[in-house]
Design a protein around this ligand. Structure first.
Ligand code: AVI
Length: 322
């Protein structure tokens, strides 16, 4: 590590930044949005009037909770594990957990998240709100959780809510679904949340809110690089830009350099020159159609069993079986 670099620099982050800023079309992964400040900003985004996905999925899960739970519980009422990838604060999942407890399902809830503090917060709120629920939190990345799934005996139901699937690059998305599918046995089930294609203006507004919270969320990535890699991004010289491509069905977000500038990254021992209005791509958020969802599942060996959606068809929680 170069002199002056933050002592705690994560080598994976440093390598990612070196590669991402060395490319002709610069890019950083949205995976790095979620430090503590970024996670707090994302909580605020989910409450914004323009950001419809969270609210809409909440409605879908509330409206269809009995049918969804019936589809997750094994027919013979046997014990099963409910694994959730990227559990976060679990607010939406609690709708299903309450329903499962009411139905006296024999369930062990296993939330998986990379944030130990988020999982501890979730586990302690569950101990308080649903003391009879069996909870086995797992601090892990998705890949490690998938490996662990292989050793899990008995029926599994897997949740991947919140349209997190939309943030994957298409190739990575297909690989992820195929990897998930490989861990499932014929009786297992998978419920995935997909944000659906809709009025392009509505989608764009959700990622460019009037209060500027999404802009702060995007710009926080630079604050993180300043703190963790000893970079000297001047935040006043960068801005958030986002646009929706309705033909591909993707929101693309960027950080835009307001002027020609040099940025030094101490942990890498090097500087990067940015031209005026040059961009760093930071996030894709894909929106789907139902035929696309069926095709995605089919390519990974997963068949759509049921589609749960809201009256306006803005969001779908889709049940797959291998
Ligand atoms: C976490 N993910 C599903 C959010 C989304 O809608 O793609 C992240 C987000 N980015 C900007 N606003 C919300």
């Amino acid at each position: 590590m170069a002199a002056g670099a933050a002592q705690t620099a994560d080598p994976a982050l440093a390598q990612h930044v070196l590669e991402g800023l060395s490319r002709p079309q610069r890019a950083l992964s949205s995976m790095y949005f979620y430090d503590d400040a970024g996670s707090r900003l994302f909580q605020q985004i989910m409450e914004l009037p323009e950001y419809y996905p969270t609210r809409t999925e909440f409605q879908v899960l509330t409206q269809h909770r009995a049918a969804i739970c019936a589809s997750l519980v094994p027919e013979n009422q046997a014990a099963f594990h409910l694994l959730e990838l990227g559990a976060g604060d679990g607010l939406k999942t609690k709708i299903l957990l309450r329903q499962l407890l009411e139905a006296q399902a024999n369930v062990v809830y296993a939330p998986v998240d990379i944030s130990a503090s988020a999982l501890e917060g979730l586990a302690s709120s569950l101990r308080h709100e649903m003391p009879t629920l069996q909870v086995q939190p797992l601090v892990a990345e998705y890949a490690a959780a998938l490996a662990q799934m292989r050793t899990q005996a008995g029926r599994k139901a897997l949740l991947f809510l919140g349209s997190n699937i939309g943030n994957f690059h298409p190739e990575a998305r297909q690989q992820f679904l195929a990897a998930l599918s490989k861990q499932l046995t014929p009786n297992d089930r998978l419920l995935i949340g997909f944000d659906l294609q809709k009025n392009p203006r509505q989608i764009r507004a959700a990622y460019d809110d009037a209060q500027g919270v999404t802009a702060a969320f995007n710009l926080n990535l630079l604050t993180r690089l300043n703190r963790e890699l000893g970079a000297d991004f001047d935040l006043g010289q960068w801005e958030h830009f986002t646009d929706y491509d309705p033909q591909v069905g993707v929101i693309r977000s960027y950080l835009v350099s307001r002027r020609a500038q040099q940025v030094h990254v101490a942990a890498l021992g090097r500087s990067f020159a940015f031209a005026a209005w040059e961009t760093i791509h930071t996030e894709n958020s894909y929106k789907f159609t139902l035929p696309q969802i069926e095709a995605l599942g089919a390519a990974a060996g997963l068949a759509v069993q049921q589609v749960f959606t809201d009256e306006q068809n803005w969001f779908a929680d889709v049940l797959f079986a291998p």
